[in-house]
Design a binder for this molecule. Structure first.
Ligand SMILES: NC(=O)c1ccc[n+]([C@@H]2O[C@H](COP(=O)([O-])OP(=O)(O)OC[C@H]3O[C@@H](n4cnc5c(N)ncnc54)[C@H](OP(=O)(O)O)[C@@H]3O)[C@@H](O)[C@H]2O)c1
Length: 234
């Protein structure tokens, strides 16, 4: 198969589009024909080389966010079938022993992450355990579904699992034009919260308003705490 890979750190010039070995599934694995992937924060900082996860090594195929169509399944796979449209959860926490990534499943030890320490979505095909693929509803395009696995789920976890945000409550979202915060603004508005967004430029504040933020503040030129107290009446 073809993949966009790199064997040295740097800018986009280190990327090489070339032939690599296709993945081969073990009993609990599926092979996904990649339809879309993203340019995630971690994809960029690992390629630049100034931050890498434990277990990352060169050469690397980036792409933490992967969606596509199942084209091959291992002998034990019952959860999905060839032809299904799926998205991949990239964190190999709890990957089954029957997967090629079964030894990468320890949240507090060796934890593999597709696109970060394991081969990712910048390739024709991507391997994942059957436990880590999820059906994509027919009315959601691959290009929309592909934002969910990391940035959108991170924002969801922060707002709702940790923050327990509810309708009518006020939430402040910093770095409002960042990948995670673009998602957070839209999640928060979807449940009827009031969004105070801060960002480092007027252009980014404008973007936050377009995404649905109720109030914005340029955190390089304004006093954020004073602004927030005024809007929320203390
Ligand atoms: N993307 C993901 O899927 C994901 C998943 C889990 C965790 N995370 C973590 O979440 C954080 C944000 O990720 P992201 O993908 O949303 O990043 P991003 O799109 O690259 O945006 C980062 C934002 O942080 C602000 N920033 C950058 N340098 C800064 C500095 N020195 N001081 C203050 N603000 C600074 C900038 O916004 P302003 O100019 O508006 O300040 C920038 O737009 C990162 O720590 C990342 O590791 C990301």
């Amino acid at each position: 198969m073809k993949a966009l890979t790199y064997d040295a750190h740097g800018g986009t010039d280190v990327l090489q589009y070339k032939d690599v070995a296709s993945p081969s599934p073990q009993a609990d694995d599926v092979i996904v024909d990649v339809a879309a992937t993203t340019v995630n924060h971690l994809d960029l900082i690992q390629r630049a080389g100034y931050f890498t996860l434990d277990g990352y090594a060169l050469p690397h195929i980036a792409g933490m966010d992967v969606v596509g169509t199942v084209i091959e399944v291992g002998a034990n796979v019952t959860r999905v079938a060839v032809g299904d449209r799926v998205g991949i959860d990239p964190s190999m926490h709890c990957a089954p022993d029957g997967s090629a990534y079964g030894g990468e499943n320890d949240l507090y030890g060796k934890l593999g992450v597709i696109g970060a320490t394991l081969n990712g979505g910048y390739a024709d095909q991507c391997l994942a355990p059957q436990t880590h693929v999820y059906a994509i509803p027919d009315d959601i395009s691959f290009e929309h579904a592909v934002v969910f696995p990391t940035a959108w789920m991170t924002a969801h976890h922060a707002l709702f699992d940790v923050g327990m945000l509810e309708a009518g409550e006020t939430v402040m979202i910093h770095a409002a034009a960042s990948g995670v915060s673009i998602a957070a603004i839209q999640w928060a508005k979807s449940v009827g919260a009031i969004v105070l967004a801060t960002a480092g430029s007027e252009e980014k504040c404008q973007k936050a308003l377009e995404l649905g933020a109720d109030h914005t503040c340029n955190n390089r030129s304004e006093d954020v705490a004073k602004w927030a107290r005024e809007i929320t009446a203390g």
